[in-house]
Design a binder for this molecule. Structure first.
Ligand code: ADP
Ligand code: MG
Ligand code: ZN
Length: 478
């Protein structure tokens, strides 16, 4: 058999970070009592009229700009008709042609150091369905419509992805970007960021795509990786046996680690898409778009370049630029104390690992804020606190949000920087050890470390040994 290679395209659903639903003013809040956040619009009552949520439109356009897409001045909502018990309208309100955004791309740094560009086909807006809750014991199914009408964007890539690793790297980069610019909260366990994986095999080098399977609704990076690996194996097996790969919709069973067929693939015409007569075309004035563009934070490459110029190592820069909230934290800390390199290494070595260990979703949840981190950085840069002390004491400061200046001083862990204070201790040491002082004066260099040792002892380890040595030399030779 010819050697085959995987071809992967992703369709990502991201829930827009709005307070209310796409076409009504019901809250989008997660976890409310079933069927309490509903009204006649989102439950599809006859005659109820949808009204577009402007904030959702702004967020969709923001995503498009951040991903380098063309944002269309006019786009249309269509009805995508199908029946499902949790779809009270009998159609999903989606965008077929033209969608709000077309084109765009996202660049990925791969493990081997190369950069890969994944092109986007389109981004469109649509509303989410409700949820069916199957009660296995009672043999009944409940329908919760709280989620019905929640605003989503669907981002569709070109089939540019060649492996499970690339797919996961792409999703992580996309997730982190969208969270960073506030388009979505991105809580995957709550379904705010989920993806369909389209995957086929083709002979290496061939331009013609093979028949694809579409794995629906994956809501964890790990499952995406596992589902793709499994599907590559499964399709390879079919080709090896000379059997056809069917175009079908698949479900990934995460417990078994397998994909399973749900149904054969529907075609767009099966949905009888037609323009949604209850909504006017979506128009985006150019001034409005320009304003959104101005409000956008720097892009990832821009952030990386800026951090590089501040002297950060590449790995540190990408850690800080990509971890949600980390760049804002870093910028605040640097604003308070201009020691970017020290702040970055404290974040890398102590702060971010501590957040991770505490299982924090966002680093803004940490009691230990950027100002505190900047104070610790300053204490270290001026030599008041050594790396060892910082490392040993960090967990406690992190947990309580203590001010390092106060906390470490109270514990007697800051080094004496004040020349006057060290000098007093030195005079005391010289008085106690006149013989050693004399032999140092006579040129016996070795004795200096003994004398420094005595200064350290008398200061209970708080003197800066380098400074103590310099001062000793000065005073004895005077
Ligand atoms: P649909 O909306 O019916 O799922 P699209 O043509 O919009 O189909 O494609 C959806 C996704 O599937 C896109 O990400 C696209 O890149 C990807 N895709 C299309 N054909 C293939 C294929 N043969 N192999 C892998 N991915 C594919
Ligand atoms: Mg699809
Ligand atoms: Zn509603």
């Amino acid at each position: 058999m010819e050697k085959m290679e995987p071809v992967i395209g992703l369709e990502i659903h991201a829930q827009l970070k709005t307070r209310t639903k796409l076409f009504c003013s019901c809250p989008t809040e997660f976890g409310a009592e079933p069927n309490t956040n509903i009204c006649e619009v989102c439950t599809g009552q006859p005659g109820a009229l949808p009204r577009m949520n402007g904030e959702a439109l702004r967020l969709a356009a923001t995503a498009g700009l951040a991903l380098g897409s063309r944002v269309n001045a006019t786009s249309l909502f269509s009805r995508k008709n199908y029946f499902y018990p949790d779809l009270p309208n009998g159609f999903q309100t989606s965008q077929l042609d033209p969608p709000i955004c077309e084109g765009g791309s996202l660049e990925l740094g791969l493990e081997d150091g190369t950069v890969k560009t994944v092109r986007l086909n389109r981004i469109h807006m649509e509303d989410d369905a409700g949820k069916c809750l199957h009660d296995e014991r009672g043999g009944v199914t409940f329908v919760d419509l709280n989620r019905a009408g929640t605003p989503l964007i669907e981002i569709v890539t070109e089939p540019d992805i060649a492996s499970a690793k690339e797919a996961v790297a792409f999703l992580k980069a996309l997730h982190s970007l969208l969270v960073r610019i506030g388009v979505t909260t991105g809580r995957m366990e709550e379904g705010e960021f989920r993806c369909d994986v389209n995957i086929s095999l083709k002979p290496v080098g061939s331009a013609k795509l093979g028949v694809r399977g579409e794995i629906k609704n994956l809501n964890s990076f790990r499952f995406v990786g596992q589902a793709i690996e499994y599907e590559i194996q499964r399709q390879t097996g079919l080709y090896e046996q000379g059997l056809p790969v069917l175009q079908e919709t698949l479900h990934f069973d995460s417990a078994k680690g397998e994909t399973r067929s749900l149904r054969s693939k529907e075609e767009a015409h099966d949905y009888r898409y037609f323009p949604q007569p209850d909504l006017p075309p979506v128009r985006i004035p150019p001034e409005w778009l320009a304003d959104i563009g101005k409000g956008l934070p720097e892009t990832l490459p821009e952030s990386l370049a800026r951090l590089g110029a501040l002297g950060l190592k590449e790995a540190q820069a990408s850690l800080i630029a990509e971890r949600p909230g980390a760049l804002a934290f870093f910028d605040k800390a640097v604003e308070a104390y201009p020691g970017p390199k020290r702040i970055a290494s404290l974040m890398e070595e102590l702060f971010l690992p501590a957040c991770q260990k505490a299982g924090m979703a966002g680093i803004t949840d940490a009691a230990f804020g950027p100002i505190m981190l900047s104070k610790l950085a300053k204490l270290m840069d001026d030599g008041s606190v050594g790396r060892r002390v910082a490392k040993e004491q960090f967990a406690e400061m992190f947990a309580s949000g203590a001010d390092p200046e106060v906390f470490l001083k109270d514990k007697g862990l800051t080094q004496l920087q004040d020349a006057g204070a060290i000098e007093g201790i030195i005079r005391e040491v010289l008085q106690r050890h006149p013989k050693e002082a004399q032999s140092f004066k006579d040129g016996e260099e070795k004795v200096l470390s003994f004398l420094v040792g005595q200064v350290m002892k008398l200061s209970s380890g708080r003197a800066d040994p380098r400074k103590a040595g310099e001062l000793l030399r000065e005073i004895i030779n005077k």
